[in-house]
Design a protein. Structure first.
Length: 525
């Protein structure tokens, strides 16, 4: 077993890990960045419109839940990034921070320094926005944020239709309010994906202070009494130990970070004892509090426009590929999820439904319909009430976790999705949709609430936002303190979406990058 020594070990080269590693190297630290997946050299990673293809490769890992009682007894699949750049290399690139109230809620839960006014400077520090400036946007950070280079006619139709039913237009979902409809800004630049690998990590990738190990899966943290002193990891050549003079940062995501902790003896004491794992620190909150966004498809067929369906095959694929390779323009610069809207469905003045729009009908989602071209409206709830768990299957690190998200267990989650379906149905009946010959496929305009609920249970799916399994706080169930240090231990921090105490109201990439920025500032101070 070989051994190397560094100042810091960062586990996971995703949205949090790349940020932390970059900032530590820029401060002069010697850092090894361990990534279970391969490098981000798949060309589809860098083509925004090809991200769905990347999700079908080994650059993503799919976690399958236990059968979900409230979702038709189906296991639901949650893909996460498994390449340098992590989720930012495989996601739909939507740049969304959430609502100020989300972070004020974090502060109210016992996390001093995490209110909206506390975190906004770190969003600005990270951001390099091509169009927007002022108090809500940064223009000098590593993370490129840009407007869409391509807008599909069906996306334009949705934006217009939502306004026709009374939804205000919103030109900036990251300013004063999320409410309204419009086109998303995205983490892209010059027609390319702007992952944390191609923005943050690129700044230090050739530095002698950075060692990047790919295909390197962390097994457990090594402790010297209560101080994290290293990491055991496996790669193609066998098992190795990396030692850390100053500490270890876990940024492996909401599934792998609690798994690594539990394999290291840090987690719920009863669960670890059952598996014969020696307890380093009894932290009952490890693997608890899992939260995720679910959405539901409301598809409509179109007789007027060709959708994105089939554009990745034959001569179409060749034409679009050449246009992107030669000019970084055309359909492959589309993020696919080009636009969306936020709605207040319960009347409290705060958005509780996000509606993403795909300019296609996905036959893998709605298998019972007759398809042609069309679009799919995907309403999702923003603040789930249901809470799930992540546990070890065995003490063998090669075994997958046991993942029970308890999706739709809280009745409020189902009700908000029903509300979202009703809004989507109104949009599909707007004047512009009728002129374009767009007709709802499912659940059907005449469906009552029971039928809509059954549609949701049969077809709801994840929006790929797993979070909250190592939440921060100051109570007994908290895993990290508000400085992101694992409670009761020294030299061990977490810098990924697992530390969120509650899921934010929107996409999770930008908040995870913010968490990485804050972690880098806490570490060593």
């Amino acid at each position: 077993m070989s051994e190397e020594s560094f100042d810091y070990i960062v586990v996971g080269a995703g949205s949090g890990g790349c940020v932390v590693a970059t900032r530590l190297v820029e401060r002069g630290a010697r850092v090894v960045l361990l990534e279970e997946g391969r490098n981000d050299n798949d060309p589809f990673i860098h083509m925004p419109g090809a991200f769905i293809k990347v999700l079908a490769t080994d650059r993503a890992r799919v976690y399958e839940s236990t059968p979900q009682k409230h979702a038709g007894n189906r296991p639901l699949a949650v893909p996460v990034g498994r390449t340098v750049g992590g989720g930012s290399s495989v996601n739909a690139m939507v740049y969304m921070r959430g609502q100020p109230e989300d972070y004020d809620r974090w502060r109210a839960l016992g996390n001093a320094g995490w209110g909206w006014n506390d975190v906004l400077p770190y969003f600005l520090k990270a951001e390099n926005n091509e169009r927007l400036a002022g108090p809500y946007h940064g223009n000098e950070g590593p993370l490129y944020v840009s407007d869409p280079r391509y807008r599909h006619p069906l996306s334009l139709a949705f934006v217009r239709a939502a306004q026709e039913i009374g939804t205000p237009h919103n030109d900036d979902f990251n300013a004063k309010t999320q409410l309204g409809v419009g086109f998303y800004q995205s983490t892209t630049f010059d027609g390319r994906r702007g992952s944390v690998a191609s923005t943050y990590l690129r700044r230090v990738r050739t530095s002698p202070k950075l060692t990047l190990r790919t295909s390197a899966r962390a097994v457990k943290v090594v402790f010297n009494q209560s101080k994290a002193s290293g990491v055991v990891y496996k790669d193609r050549s066998g098992e190795h130990v990396a030692s850390a003079a100053h500490g270890v940062v876990l940024a492996a995501g909401a599934f792998s970070t609690p798994k690594i902790l539990m394999l290291s003896g840090v987690g719920p004491g009863g669960h670890l004892r059952e598996l014969g794992i020696a307890i380093t620190q009894d932290l009952p909150g490890v693997g608890q509090n899992f939260q995720d966004h679910l959405d539901i498809c409301v598809p409509g067929t179109s007789t007027s426009y060709t959708s994105l369906l089939g554009q990745d095959k034959g001569l179409n694929a060749v034409r679009h590929g050449l246009e992107w390779l030669l000019f970084k323009s055309g359909m492959l610069t589309s993020t696919v999820v080009e636009c969306g809207a936020f709605f207040d469905s319960d009347g409290d003045g705060r958005a509780d439904v996000q509606m993403n729009v795909l300019p296609l009908i996905d036959p893998n989602i709605v298998r019972t319909a007759e398809f042609g071209h069309g679009l799919t409206l995907n309403p999702s709830f923003l603040r789930p009430r249901s809470r799930g768990t992540v546990h070890l299957r065995s003490p063998n690190p090669d075994d997958p976790i046991v993942f029970d998200p308890h999706y739709l267990e809280a009745p409020e989650d189902l009700q908000i999705l029903i509300n979202g379906v009703r809004i989507a149905q109104k949009i599909l009946q707007a004047p512009v949709m009728r002129r374009l010959g767009i007709k709802e496929v499912l659940p059907g305009a005449g469906a009552d609430d029971d039928a809509v609920a059954e549609h949701i249970r049969s077809y709801t799916k994840t929006v790929f936002h797993p979070t909250c399994t190592c939440r921060m706080g100051t109570d007994a169930m908290a895993v990290v303190d508000p400085q992101l240090k694992v409670r009761g231990l020294e030299g061990l921090w977490i810098a990924d979406a697992s530390v969120m105490p509650e899921l934010i109201s929107g996409n999770t990439n930008a908040p995870t990058i913010m968490i990485g920025e804050r972690a880098a500032e806490f570490i060593g101070h």
